[in-house]
Design a protein around this ligand. Structure first.
Ligand SMILES: Cc1ncc(COP(=O)(O)O)c(C=O)c1O
Length: 236
């Protein structure tokens, strides 16, 4: 057995949990060392490093996590007479999340006087289930003018025909008109990977962009893709 692994959660903004997990893993390894002579080559503390979805999220620098984890394992291993193992981490969201944006075209608008305004877009819970599933929060900007000052608060509503299909509650945006493109930020993780064909809608394309160059890396699904596995049925 190569080593021991744990994954303690997601969107973690404190060192404490990782330090406790790292120490616990070493404690278990030391116990196995005492009982069976086992020496882990690897201790893997998983992922869960928080990212900034909204201004209320205050992520720590990756260096802070790595430093705390390595120091804890080093100290704990030395205290318990274990050789220092290799330390592995499994960052997922903290790499992919901030690298991706979701682009939506603005459609219709509904203003409920004295209450709230809804701005509809051509996507929603089919390409990003997180807000509907567990009230994940995001921020959005106008794609062709991301620095434009927000002038209104709207509910950014999806197209999937569910009252829960709200991508952002109280999105702060500048004035928009149908056809404008709105970017929801930090959707690179747990967005496309959890996308579905909800209500038989095709999933969007994925495009990589860097230094003014773009490359299509996942094609937009077609209706033909959606019915690819369907077979005609003749009642007997
Ligand atoms: C075992 C394991 N490692 C790593 C990760 C990645 O977590 P994150 O994307 O929050 O860094 C997950 C996510 O659930 C996981 O289950």
């Amino acid at each position: 057995m190569l080593g021991i692994h744990a994954h303690i959660g997601s969107q973690i903004f404190e060192l404490n949990g990782f330090q406790m997990a790292a120490d616990k893993l070493v404690e278990i390894a030391a116990d196995w060392h005492a009982q069976f002579g086992y020496q882990p080559e690897v201790i893997n503390v998983g992922g869960g490093f928080g990212i900034q979805y909204t201004k209320d999220d205050h992520p720590l620098a990756p260096e802070a996590f790595v430093d705390a984890i390595v120091k804890t394992i080093k100290q704990s291993a030395s205290d318990r007479g274990l050789d220092m193992p290799a330390v592995w981490i499994e960052p997922g969201r903290s790499i992919a999340g901030p690298a991706g944006y979701s682009l939506y075209t603005v459609g219709s608008r509904k203003d409920v006087p004295g209450l709230q305004s809804y701005l509809t877009v051509d996507g929603g819970m089919g390409d990003n289930i997180r807000p509907a599933l567990y009230q994940a929060e995001y921020e959005a900007v106008l794609a062709n003018d991301p620095a434009a000052k927000p002038t209104e608060t709207v509910h950014l509503a999806g197209k999937y025909c569910e009252s829960g299909d709200i991508l952002i509650d109280n999105a702060k945006l500048p004035a928009t008109k149908p056809g404008d493109v709105v970017a929801i930020l930090d959707t690179g993780a747990y967005g496309y990977s959890m996308a579905s064909n909800y209500n038989r809608n095709p999933r969007p394309a994925v495009v990589f962009v860097e230094n003014g160059e773009s490359a299509l890396v996942v094609e937009r699904e077609s209706y033909a893709d959606l019915t690819r596995l369907d077979r005609p049925y003749q009642a007997k």
